[in-house]
Every structure is written in C-alpha cells, then in structure tokens.
Design a protein around this ligand. Structure first.
Ligand code: SAM
Length: 239
C-alpha cells in the first residue's frame, strides 16, 4: 500500500511515521509513504496557497486550484483521494478496514480556516473526520488514519491473531489483559488466566469483554443489533 499525504507542514508527519510498527513496515517495503508540501503548487513567486473567504469571515481558506495541482501530481489510476475534514465521515474501525483494501490513498490536510468547498465537492472520493472536535490542521488526523489503516495490512503486525479479538473489530471492547508480576500491591491477576485451561480462559475473556462493553460502551452492542437486523432485512429483500 502507498499513502501520499498532501500538507503544508510535511515535517509534522515524519516522526510518527518513522518509528515502531509503521517505521518497520516502511523499512520492509510493506508501506510506502509520500509527504508532499502543497506549497510547491502555490501561485506565483510567493507560492500563495490560500486567500480570504468570499462573503467575509475570519481566517484564510486554502485555494481549490492549488489543492487540485497537488492532487494531480500524485494521482494514479488506483488512487482513493480523501480530504481530512471535521464534516467528513466518522473514521471508525470498519472504515479503517475498508480503506486498508486500497492500494493507494491520498490524504489531504487542510489548515487555517479550512479548504475551499469545491475540493470536497469535486476533487475527492470522500471526506474523513477523526472525531467531533476541531484540530488546527489535518496532519494529526491523517496520521491517525495511516496508523489505524496500515496495521490492518498483511504482515504489518507481527501477530495478526491479535486483530481478531480487538476492540471495535466486533461489537465489543477487548477484555483486560495482564502480565507479570502476578501480584501487585495486593491486586492479583485473575486466577483463570494462570490455569492454562484454554477453554476456561476463552470463556472468561468472552464474559469480561461482554461485561466491559455493557458497562462502558453499550452503544456498540445496540448498534450491532440494529445493523444485524438491517442485514437480515436486506437478505429478505426489504430496503
Ligand atoms: N473551519 C473548519 C470547521 O469549522 O469545520 C475547521 C477548519 S480546521 C481549523 C483546519 C483543518 O484541520 C481542516 O480543514 C481539516 O483538514 C483539519 N481538521 C480539523 N479537525 C478535524 C477533524 N476532526 N477530523 C479531520 N480533520 C480535521
């Protein structure tokens, strides 16, 4: 998979993409990253990338023609082009799984007041939001997307089995995990996890996962029930 990030601040992105699992994936050729400064496509001698908003208002807006040129410089036939935007589709684990099927992602990072509306309307395949809050720019959002997507690609994680029981992979949070010391300040690791009995351990993890989800995120189970019912309805030919 290749990901090209279009940004006014490429230096913001290099660090998080150079360490740990993503750094290793890049070194092994499993993940290619291109960081591109949108300013290279700026207008005139001063490489202008933004202007004041039509209709008034505060802040500067990134120009559509500049973003268009930045996209054109990296676009391939297999590109899936996404704008980071608070108004975009909510980025979730299922969206990460969907994006991990692509061979080329282009992520556009806005800055300042935002990006000319015609970028979202005419130049991209979609817009992505990482949550209901406003960041100063799209760089951190793009990094979140790359991290969550890349670890779903084949061979990127040392132990792909760990993906199976992860939070949000199904309608549940993962059960708590423990390691040594067995006893810490009077708090013991649950005995069943030390029993070596795989059946009992599996049952304990399933029950803990269900209890944790019910306590902290009951919405996940409710959502899965609705989605399941909708899938059954679609199977029966209902809209
Ligand atoms: N004025 C815009 C609004 O109210 O929707 C916010 C612009 S924000 C200061 C600048 C840029 O940061 C956006 O163009 C977008 O690329 C990025 N950004 C901010 N919050 C984001 C979020 N929650 N998810 C994805 N990108 C975000």
């Amino acid at each position: 998979m290749r990901v090209d990030i279009l940004t006014l601040f490429p230096e913001m992105c290099e660090g998080p993409l150079s360490h740990s699992i993503l750094g290793r994936a890049r070194a092994q050729g499993l993940l290619e990253i291109g960081l591109h400064n949108i300013r290279e496509h700026g207008v005139g001698r001063h490489r202008v990338v933004d202007d004041t908003p039509y209709g008034g208002g505060s802040g500067m807006v990134m120009r559509v023609d500049v973003v268009e040129a930045a996209i054109a410089a990296v676009r391939r036939p297999d590109s899936h082009v996404l704008l980071m935007a608070p108004a975009g589709e909510q980025f979730t684990q299922p969206v990460a799984a969907r994006l991990s099927q692509h061979t080329h992602l282009v992520l556009i990072c806005g800055h300042y007041e935002g990006v000319d509306g015609r970028v979202a309307e005419h130049l991209v395949d979609g817009c992505l939001s990482i949550g209901d809050y406003v960041l100063t720019g799209g760089e951190l959002a793009a990094l979140v997307v790359v991290d969550a997507v890349a670890r779903l690609r084949p061979q990127v994680l040392g132990n792909p089995g760990s993906l199976m029981e992860e939070s949000f992979t199904g309608p549940r949070l993962e059960a708590p995990v423990y390691t040594r010391p067995q006893s810490w300040r009077g708090h013991e690791v649950p005995e069943v996890l030390r029993s070596g009995h795989h059946g009992k351990i599996g049952a304990w993890r399933a029950a803990s996962s269900a209890a944790l989800t019910a306590a902290l995120r009951p919405d996940l189970t409710a959502r899965a029930t609705v989605e399941g019912a909708e899938a059954v309805d679609r199977g029966r030919g209902r809209p």
